[in-house]
Design a protein around this ligand. Structure first.
Ligand SMILES: Cc1cc2nc3c(=O)[nH]c(=O)nc-3n(C[C@H](O)[C@H](O)[C@H](O)COP(=O)(O)O)c2cc1C
Length: 168
């Protein structure tokens, strides 16, 4: 798939089939996502995959929406707080690195036929407590699963090129 096609295909999916995502499909998505670049190649990240049991039940409370609960899986994308690059003026690149990884995960998942949705509006304390995180910063939750057939493609509303670009 060409990259523009992939970008057009990726959309936030908030309704999934019940079907579980096979472990090998998921592992291949992560195997692709780990090619993401990072500052000084430090790769300051960890992905927790939560699909069932008490952990999923607890995690659902961090973002109490029905569609989130219904998602077959959630990837918790974490930054490793002691392993990130900090520029000499103090700028911390952890969020930047982790976001790139999250995007690679989402795009690899899209290519594998999965639907995903980034979730930022979660309760961080519940996520940390559920996964017993200490030096790992949960930056994003990403739901995943096979999209329900009734999910319709929406037109992407984006700012035009000339509004977001300054040619100098
Ligand atoms: C960093 C980030 C955080 C987001 N958080 C949420 C969220 O908490 N809940 C939600 O339903 N969607 C969330 N979204 C999805 C956005 O609403 C969605 O990407 C945007 O409206 C564009 O739609 P599209 O993804 O279908 O192209 C988030 C997206 C990003 C990139």
């Amino acid at each position: 798939m060409r990259v523009k096609e992939l970008f057009e295909q990726r959309a936030s999916v908030r309704k999934y089939k019940e079907e579980k995502v096979p472990k090998d499909v998921l592992m291949e998505v992560i195997n692709t996502a780990r090619l993401a670049p990072s500052a000084v190649n430090l790769q300051p990240w960890k992905i927790y995959i939560v699909t069932e049991g008490e952990t999923k039940e607890k995690l659902n409370k961090a973002y109490p929406k029905d569609w989130f609960k219904q998602a077959p899986g959630v990837a918790v994308i974490c930054g490793l707080e002691n392993e990130n690059w900090i520029r000499k003026d103090g700028r911390n690149y952890l969020m930047c690195d982790v976001t790139i990884l999250a995007d690679y995960f989402v795009l690899a998942a899209t290519e594998a036929g999965l639907g995903t949705c980034y979730v930022g509006a979660f309760d961080e304390n519940i996520v940390k407590d559920t996964l017993n995180l200490k030096n790992e910063d949960p930056v994003l939750l990403i739901t995943f699963g096979y999209p329900d057939d009734s999910v319709k493609k929406k037109e992407k509303k984006r700012k035009p090129v000339d509004e977001i670009t300054e040619l100098m």
